[in-house]
Ligand binder design. Sequence first.
Ligand SMILES: C[S@@+](CC[C@H](N)C(=O)[O-])C[C@H]1O[C@@H](n2cnc3c(N)ncnc32)[C@H](O)[C@@H]1O
Length: 239
Amino acid sequence: MDFDLPLISRHKASQKNLSDIFSPLNHFVDHSITKRHISSQIDLELGFNIKQTEEILQSKAKKLLPESQFDQWGPVLHGGAQTWIGLDFQILQTSYHDLKAMFEIIKPKAGERVIDLGAGYGRIGVFLHHFYPRSEFLGIEIVKERVDEGNRLLRTLGCHDKKLAAIDLDKMGELPEGDIFFIYDFGSVTHIKKVLEMLKHTPRRLLVVKGQIARQIMLKDEEYGEGLKVKKLEDVYIY
Ligand SMILES: C[S@@+](CC[C@H](N)C(=O)[O-])C[C@H]1O[C@@H](n2cnc3c(N)ncnc32)[C@H](O)[C@@H]1O
């Protein structure tokens, strides 16, 4: 049977209010697998069609390359960029628990614009919509299907000052204006290096970096150096 997935999920978030959906974040959780599991439940209740969208991307990639070359599925579909098609997307997103801990330190002010470089489905935008509604959000993401799904959900939630744009970061000459920039290792070492160079000349209040690749590059660069570790979180630093 053929059915319209976006239609099925359109009313999910309104059946339960957002405070209820995000209530598991009121309880402290220490383990990354549990955080990921709770995040995936929250995504389902919000009405995110992540699994379905990833399956569509995988089937497009399988037509071009066999299963044995799954690490090339992302690059073959997205002009050489590593978009990790074929991996469980929950692993690639920052959990809602970690976002809560991170933004309690960042404290975005009313009107401040948060920019996520390599934004996936724009989970950060949805999180900010509920917890910091007066902030703005722009997520830059190369995979158009992820962008479309993230924007669909944000519109469904009635959110108009937070959105995603389908852009290849490697092709940008300069970054958009923002107050708080966030990077969680994306694409490749070369792409991350290029964006970190651009960020040196981009006015901002804060740069928040997650992941070992960016961390190693920054430690070797005296303009960045150590940064400030976010307590409670494994691999998040603020510059
Ligand atoms: C690790 S995920 C991070 C998701 C999100 N920032 C979070 O923390 O939940 C990295 C994302 O970067 C995207 N990406 C990879 N190369 C890119 C590029 N050149 N331009 C824009 N996005 C890219 C991938 O498709 C993937 O969705």
